[in-house]
Design a protein around this ligand. Structure first.
Ligand code: GLC
Ligand code: CA
Length: 546
């Protein structure tokens, strides 16, 4: 168990993300819930993770699956009660697992008491909690668009004003320039800290300081000022772990977010490596094949850029991204081996690794009928592109490849009906491959993806070089190999991956002869020609190259 009173403990930690709706149902209504999560804590403890990032469980109309919060201090009845939350916190903490709450502070739900008040009149004390502009019904203040499609301005006839929303109209943006808003938020965070949470994931945190009149959504001029204030007023100086979601961060900005002086957040969660297979400047639905050389370049840039002066999250998946084994691996013949290769590549780097529920058993994307999809972003895109005359087949192909529901199908626990997720009809269809891809089966099989993840997690705890080593890329121009060293003053690692379904020519560098094999997905010491999707990590002890 990690000593969580030690500052920076989260550098050696592995964090597991739970999407509560799809993790485990306990009361037979087809929807995952808090007691369901509590009932699976032993499984997570065995996996070896140190913290859970819990996607939102707060009261919410569920327009965006809980990312539209109507009461930050209440549990949505769908997920259980405050008592269930307290039990989860107690049981998790007893197992050395911290619970990180997912705070959506950029916007609230339009059903939040603040917004209901704000809409009543321009003079209402809550009016200025949101962002309003005068206008006429058919001329929004400007051209700004919502992330989920359409204009970012919603007209309220009673007030003769528009309000600003970067996401759905039911997710009005909070006005962080109003000190009263910030105070309310800090008070709420302190309240949760007293309940024993281990930290927070901060949703789209780089968008809080927007300046709609200037078209600014991310990285607004007051962003870091507000973050430092948030820190000082709440978790600053505590061992809590905080992670900021920031689509707009580059390395320089990431150094501010995750400044080792602890003035803002513990770490950043940025996506520069996850947008390489989309057409530059276009939407995520407009895909191009991944160029491995580019992936190496971007990951190297971040590994080197933050070394000693910031901290990154390592991830391939979350609730907004398609399944990695389907995306950049092979979810057919090489599913198991390619899932392990992708895990090796990620967990060998510097940063805090995240495992998204089901990733540890190699869960895959789904292909559903359009009527079975639930995600607001997917459904809006379908409607918009349909209206523009884009062929059905083309739209569905991008949903299969990119839709957020790929990650949101129920967790596959066993081969029983509905995969052991629920006894009722699940809120979202279970992937039909659950009879062969599930936790029960993975626990039995010593060669499963799950056992491989357990080993990777254990290794990170055993050797400090995983957290501390300096990254050094090798075979830079090789179109199939992704190979890098991690160098420290005491130990070195060599991470070797064949990122392709073809055998790949490879020569073990001279100075790595005789190293120890820590892990391999084909059970061999890699010296020459690598097999399809082969991956391994070698260790040199007492031979620090730094
Ligand atoms: C973040 C969340 C996503 C949500 C959006 C709006 O990107 O991860 O699921 O839709 O913010 O809150
Ligand atoms: Ca339930």
């Amino acid at each position: 168990m990690l000593d969580k009173t030690k500052p920076g403990w989260w550098k050696s930690a592995v964090i597991y993300q739970i999407y509560p709706k799809s993790f485990q149902d306990s009361n037979g209504d087809g929807i995952g819930d808090l007691p369901g999560i509590t009932s699976r804590l032993d499984y997570l403890q065995q996996l070896g993770i140190d913290a859970i990032w819990l996607s939102p469980i707060f009261a919410s109309p569920q327009i965006d699956n809980g990312y539209d919060i109507s009461d930050y201090q209440a549990i949505d009845p769908m997920f259980g009660t405050m008592h269930d939350m307290e039990v989860l916190l107690r049981e998790a903490n007893a197992r050395g697992i911290s619970i990180l709450l997912d705070l959506v502070l950029n916007h609230s739900s339009d059903q939040h008491r603040w917004f209901l008040e704000a809409k009543k009149s321009r003079e209402n004390p809550y009016h200025d909690y949101y962002i309003w502009r005068d206008g006429t019904p058919d001329t929004p203040p400007n051209e700004m668009c919502s992330v989920f499609g359409g204009t970012a301005w919603e007209w309220v006839p009673e007030l003769g004003q528009y309000y600003f929303h970067q996401f759905a109209p039911q997710q009005p943006d909070l006005n962080w320039d109003n000190p009263a808003v910030r105070e309310e938020i800090y008070r709420m965070i302190r309240w949760w800290m007293e309940k024993g949470v281990g930290g927070f994931r901060l949703d789209v945190i780089d968008q809080i300081a927007k300046e709609p009149d200037f078209g600014i959504t991310v990285n607004g001029p007051h962003l870091h000022e507000y973050l430092r204030e948030l820190n000082a007023q709440t978790f600053g100086g505590t061992p809590l772990v905080t992670v900021g979601e920031a689509w707009g961060a580059d390395v320089e900005k990431a150094k501010l977010f995750s400044n080792p002086d602890g003035s803002e957040l513990s770490m950043i969660f940025q996506f520069k490596h996850m947008v390489l297979d989309q057409q530059p400047g276009k939407e995520k639905w407009d895909m191009i094949p991944l160029d491995l050389l580019q992936l190496k370049e971007v990951l190297e840039h971040w590994q080197e850029g933050l070394y000693g002066c910031g901290w990154n999250s390592l991830f391939w998946n979350n609730h907004d991204l398609p399944r990695i084994v389907s995306r950049w691996g092979d979810d057919g013949f090489w599913r198991i081996r390619s899932a392990k290769m992708l895990a090796t590549l990620l967990h060998g780097m510097q940063g805090t690794p995240y495992i998204y529920q089901g990733e540890e058993i190699g869960m895959t994307n789904i292909h559903l009928e359009i009527g079975q999809y639930r995600d607001i972003e997917t459904l809006n895109m379908y409607r918009e592109r349909k209206a523009k005359g884009v062929p059905e087949k083309e739209i569905m192909a991008s949903i299969y490849a990119r839709g957020r529901d790929n990650a949101r199908t129920p967790m596959q626990w066993d081969a029983s009906e509905h995969a052991g997720f629920t006894t009722a009809t699940p809120w979202m269809p279970v992937n039909s491959n659950y009879p062969s891809i599930n936790v029960a089966e993975s626990l039995e099989d010593p060669d499963s993806v799950l056992q491989f993840y357990r080993t990777l997690i254990r290794l990170r705890k055993e050797y400090t070089v995983f957290a501390e080593g300096k990254f050094h890329l090798l075979f830079r121009d090789d179109p199939r190999l992704f190979v890098y060293e991690r160098l420290s003053t005491t130990e070195n690692l060599l991470v070797i991956c064949n990122f392709s379904a073809e055998p790949a020519p490879f020569q073990l560098p001279e100075d790595w002869r005789g190293a120890d094999l820590l892990i391999s997905n084909v059970n061999r010491f890699p010296e020459n020609m690598l097999q399809p999707y082969e991956a391994a990590i070698l260790l040199q002890k007492n031979k620090g190259a730094l």
